[in-house]
Design a binder for this molecule. Structure first.
Ligand SMILES: C[S@@+](CC[C@H](N)C(=O)[O-])C[C@H]1O[C@@H](n2cnc3c(N)ncnc32)[C@H](O)[C@@H]1O
Length: 224
C-alpha cells in the first residue's frame, strides 16, 4: 500500500474491491476504463470526434500525444486505442493517484492491457512537462475545466460533483496554450463547450463540433 495524498475535507480515499475510490457526501469516484470498451470497437472509434480531431494526415509512425490535462484519463484511453502513444499529465495529487490505480488495474485486464500499455502517466504540472526540451509530441491535447458546467447525464453528473471538488479552475490557460505551442507539435487540440469561447482567445485552424462539446484544432507547420 502506498502513501495516499491528503484529500479535501469531507472526502476520503479508500481501497475497495473494485479499486482505489474517492468517497464523500454519499458519492464515490474511481478511475475505470471498462465502460469505454464499446466506444473503442473499430467501427465506433473512427467516429469519435476526439480521434478525428487528433488524427494527423500523412504521418508515418506512431504519433505521440501529450494529454496535458489528463483527469481520469478517459480521453487518453480513446487516443491510445486509436494508436497514439499517450503521455498523460495530471497535477492534482488525488486525481493522479486515482488515475494511476485505474491504469494499474487496466494493465492487469486482458481486455484493456494492450491499450493501457500505450498510456504513460506523468504526475505534475504540464507547464513543466511541456517545457522539457526533446519531448517533441506530434499532438498536445488540452481539456482544462470548462468556464461553465458541461451538460451531462445524471450518472456523469454525480461523478463530476466529486471531481469538481478536487479540480481547480484553470487560471493558467494562456500559459498552457503558450507552452503547448512552444513544444512544437503538429497539432494542438482543445476541448471546449459547444458554444464556449476559444481557449486563451486563440482562433483555431478549424473545429469539430458535437452535440455538447467542440474540438478546436490548431494545425501548426511541420518541423524541419
Ligand atoms: C476536465 S479535466 C480533464 C478530463 C479528461 N479529459 C478525461 O477524459 O478524463 C481537467 C484535468 O486537468 C488537470 N489540469 C489542469 N491544469 C493542469 C496543468 N497545468 N497540468 C496538469 N494537469 C492539469 C486538472 O487537475 C483536471 O484533472
Amino acid at each position: 500500500m502506498e502513501n495516499l495524498p491528503a484529500t479535501p475535507q469531507g472526502l476520503q480515499l479508500e481501497y475497495q474491491a473494485e479499486g482505489l475510490t474517492l468517497v464523500g457526501n454519499g458519492l464515490a469516484l474511481r478511475g475505470d476504463f471498462t465502460h469505454l470498451l464499446p466506444r473503442v470497437q473499430p467501427a465506433n472509434l473512427s467516429r469519435e470526434l476526439l480521434v478525428r480531431a487528433a488524427k494527423i494526415k500523412g504521418f508515418d509512425g506512431v504519433p505521440h500525444v501529450v494529454d496535458a490535462t489528463a483527469g481520469l484519463g478517459e480521453d487518453s484511453f480513446l487516443l491510445a486505442a486509436a494508436g497514439f502513444e499517450v503521455t498523460l499529465c495530471e497535477r492534482d495529487a488525488v486525481i493522479a493517484v486515482l488515475l494511476r490505480d485505474a491504469l494499474n488495474r487496466a494493465q492487469e485486464s486482458p481486455q484493456l492491457a494492450q491499450i493501457a500499455g500505450q498510456m504513460h502517466l506523468y504526475e505534475g504540472d504540464s507547464i513543466d512537462l511541456l517545457s522539457q526540451p526533446g519531448l517533441m509530441p506530434q499532438v498536445v491535447y488540452l481539456d482544462p475545466m470548462f468556464p461553465q458546467k458541461r451538460k451531462t447525464d445524471a450518472l456523469t453528473n454525480k461523478k463530476l460533483q466529486l471531481f469538481q471538488q478536487l479540480e481547480r479552475p484553470c487560471e493558467d490557460e494562456a500559459e498552457l496554450m503558450q507552452v503547448a505551442y512552444d513544444a512544437h507539435p503538429l497539432k494542438i487540440v482543445v476541448k471546449r463547450p459547444l458554444k464556449g469561447p476559444y481557449l486563451a482567445e486563440k482562433k483555431p485552424s478549424h473545429s469539430l463540433a458535437g452535440k455538447v462539446v467542440r474540438y478546436d484544432c490548431y494545425v501548426l507547420p511541420r518541423r524541419e
